[in-house]
Design a protein around this ligand. Structure first.
Ligand code: NAP
Length: 243
C-alpha cells in the first residue's frame, strides 16, 4: 500500500522539513497550509526534485469544512490516506496570564486544540486500513511556560491528552498515535512572541546550548510514522536538547 501522509502546516519550519523527510522515506505528501501558498508550492517542488510526489492544499485546520476538504483532496489526488502529521500550530505574544486578551486565548485554543482534534478526527474516520498519526506538541506542555504563554502550554497539554486517549481508542483498528514534543527549534514561529531576541534569550536555558533544527524534529516524526516504531503508540517523544 502506498504511504500517503498529510502534513498540516507544511509550508515552512518543522512541517516543511517533515514533508521533505517523509518524501525521502517514500511517502506521497500533502503539504497543508493556511496562507503561504508560494512557500507550500516551493515545498512541493522540492519534493519533486527529490523524485517524490506531493501536492499543496490550502486548509485552515481550525475550520471543519477545510479539514474535510483537505482529507478529500488527499484521497482523490494521491490515494487512501495512511498518515497524518498534526503539525499546524501558532504561538502567542509573551506575557503574564493577567495581561492576555480573551481573543488571543481563543485563537490559540482554536488552532492548537480544535484544529488538532478536527484533523485527528478526520484521520480516524478515513484510515479504515490502519495508519499512523503524529501530533506535534511542545515541551511547554510539561514546563507550563510561566511569564510567557501559559495558554500555549495548556493547548499543547491538550494535544498530549489527545495522543494518549486516541492511541488507546484506535489501537485495535491498527492506527498508532504518537506525539513529538520539541523544545526550542529554529523557525519563524518565534516572531509571533513579539520578542526579536527570543532565540538568543532562550539558548542559555537549553542544556545542549543551542536551538534544535527543523530536520532534527522531522527525523523523530518520520521514525514514529515508520514501521520501525510499530510497537510505539500513545508515546510523546521529547526532542528538546535536554530541556
Ligand atoms: P512555523 O514556522 O510558524 O510554521 C507554522 C505552520 O503552521 C505554517 O506552515 C503555517 O501555515 C501553519 N499554520 C498556522 N496556523 C494554521 C492554521 N490555522 N491552519 C493551517 N495551517 C496553519 O512554526 P513551527 O515552529 O514550524 O511549528 C510547527 C509546530 O511545532 C507547531 O505546532 C508548534 O507549536 C510546534 N512547536 C514549535 C517549536 C519551535 O520552537 N519552533 C517548539 C515546540 C513546538 P501558513 O504559513 O500558510 O500560515
Amino acid at each position: 500500500m502506498e504511504k500517503v501522509t498529510i502534513v498540516t502546516g507544511g509550508s515552512r519550519g518543522i512541517g516543511a522539513a517533515t514533508c521533505l523527510r517523509l518524501a525521502r522515506d517514500g511517502h506521497r505528501v500533502v503539504v497543508g497550509y493556511r496562507s503561504a501558498a508560494g512557500a507550500a508550492h516551493g515545498v512541493v517542488d522540492a519534493v519533486a526534485a527529490l523524485g517524490g510526489r506531493a501536492i499543496a492544499v490550502r486548509a485552515d485546520t481550525a475550520v471543519e469544512d477545510d479539514v474535510v476538504e483537505l482529507f478529500d483532496a488527499a484521497a482523490e489526488r494521491l490515494g487512501p490516506v495512511t498518515g497524518l502529521v498534526n503539525n499546524a500550530g501558532i504561538a502567542s505574544t509573551l506575557g503574564r496570564l493577567a495581561d492576555v486578551k480573551a481573543d488571543e486565548l481563543r485563537r490559540v485554543m482554536d488552532v492548537n486544540v480544535i484544529g488538532a482534534f478536527l484533523c485527528a478526527r478526520q484521520a480516524a474516520r478515513v484510515m479504515t486500513r490502519g495508519g499512523a498519526i503524529v501530533n506535534v506538541s511542545s515541551t511547554a506542555a510539561t514546563l507550563g511556560s510561566p511569564g510567557n504563554y501559559i495558554h500555549y502550554a495548556a493547548s499543547k497539554a491538550a494535544v498530549d491528552a489527545l495522543t494518549l486517549g486516541l492511541a488507546k481508542e484506535l489501537a485495535a483498528d491498527g492506527i498508532r498515535v504518537n506525539g513529538v514534543a520539541p523544545g526550542f527549534v529554529d523557525t519563524e514561529i518565534h516572531e509571533q512572541t513579539g520578542d526579536p531576541d527570543r532565540a538568543a534569550n532562550v539558548v542559555s536555558r537549553i542544556p545542549v546550548g543551542r536551538l534544535g533544527t527543523p530536520d532534527e524534529i522531522a527525523d523523530a516524526i518520520a521514525w514514529l510514522l515508520s514501521p520501525a516504531a510499530s510497537y510505539a503508540t500513545g508515546a510523546t517523544l521529547r526532542v528538546a536538547g535536554g530541556l
